[in-house]
Design a protein around this ligand. Structure first.
Ligand SMILES: [Zn+2]
Ligand SMILES: [Zn+2]
Length: 364
């Protein structure tokens, strides 16, 4: 089958034929229909995020189940699935208390399936799976808990975004920060995930949603996703603008979706007393932030992080699919272009240039 393989950071992905082995116990083979071009793969391509190589990237996929290994009960051949990149065991402390995205049994070893081996190879050399999904490929084998069954009338080239960007952004607002009706929100960074934080806050009933980004085109899109006010830091001081818009109080919820120390500190600064500042993006390993601890005490501000929108995949992903089908959340507007796997490098070149929305690789 055809897959996009990363052999060396800084080099383009090689689209080539590789071998895929059948699913073992507790695994599911999926014919990939579509995969979104998310930023996190780019971190591996540039070497900012270290992974074993060679590796098949792709973690924003959806497709159709073609085969299940022994013991698989939650999906069967023909089921439509979104691929989750966070396997869950269902019985550890965090799975049981309702936070399966923090599952304790996730293996420490990167790039393999749960048993520590891979199903991908070329000429006898093993090829690793990125994020359990490896969905820049015509087919993939994933742990059962990463194949989330969805309704069949959902277009798969839209469903794939529920596997990362939509879940991460909408989930950060609804599940992690739990934005309340009538409140004020600021979102720093209006890329694919930031736009989803904005629509999550809008769904939650926030009264004022301030979008902050350097690119006017992104601020235009932010309006489509429900932002009510717009700040471009190349023209205005973002902190001052947010304070003016909120009567000098700051926002009840700030979200940082860029992941630089400077913007995290800015997000925390514009958070109101007793407000919550949520870090959504992933920073380079070496990043450090500097904050005055007295602000936590004197103002009761909270600083929290959000991983994968605090997803409970089997609840939240089918729910987001329903919300899309009922026109309560948007996905189409996030997709700026559709391409084939052969064009995957070009899609990432565009993303690097600050392309507004995402490309989706469509397999069928
Ligand atoms: Zn992603
Ligand atoms: Zn668990």
């Amino acid at each position: 089958m055809k897959a996009a393989v990363l052999y060396e950071p800084g080099k383009p992905l090689v689209v080539e034929d590789i071998k895929i082995a059948p699913p073992k116990a507790g695994e599911v083979r999926v014919k990939v229909a579509a995969n979104g071009c998310c930023h996190s793969d780019l971190h591996v391509m540039t070497g900012d995020m270290r992974m074993p190589l060679p590796i098949v990237l792709g973690h924003e996929g959806a497709g159709i189940v073609t085969e299940v290994g022994p013991g698989v009960a939650s999906v069967k051949e023909g089921d439509h699935v979104v691929l989750s990149f966070s396997p869950v065991c269902g019985y550890c402390y965090y799975c049981t208390e309702g936070n399966p995205h923090l599952c304790e049994t996730r293996p420490k070893k990167m790039g393999t399936l749960l048993d520590g081996t891979t199903r991908l190879a070329k000429n006898g050399t093993e090829i690793f799976h990125f994020a359990f999904t490896a969905s820049f490929a015509e087919e993939t084998v994933v742990p059962e808990s990463c194949a989330i069954k969805i309704r069949e009338d959902m277009p798969l080239d839209r469903a794939c975004f529920v596997g990362c960007g939509t879940m991460t952004g909408v989930g950060a607002a609804l599940n992690t920060a739990k934005v309340q009706p009538g409140t004020t929100v600021a979102v720093i960074g209006c890329g694919g995930v930031g736009l989803n934080v904005i629509q999550g806050a809008a769904v939650a009933g926030a009264r004022q949603i301030i979008a902050i980004d350097l690119l006017p085109k992104k601020l235009d899109l932010a309006k489509t996703f429900g932002a009510t006010h717009f700040v471009n830091p190349s023209q205005d001081d973002a902190f001052k603008a947010v304070m003016e818009l909120t009567g000098g109080r700051g926002v009840d919820y700030a979200f940082e979706v860029i992941s630089t120390a400077k913007t995290i500190e800015l997000a925390f600064k514009m958070t109101a007393r007793r407000g919550t500042c949520t870090i959504v993006g992933v920073s380079p390993e070496s990043a450090r932030i500097t904050l005055n601890p007295n602000i936590f005490t004197m103002m009761e501000k909270r600083l929290i992080g959000s991983f994968y929108g605090s997803t409970r995949p089997r609840i939240d992903m089918p729910r987001l699919v329903d919300m899309y089908m009922e026109k309560k959340i948007k996905i189409d507007e996030l997709v700026s272009r559709t391409c084939t796997l052969d064009d995957v490098n070009e899609a990432y070149d565009l993303l690097k240039q600050g392309e507004v929305a995402r490309s989706v690789v469509k397999f069928f």
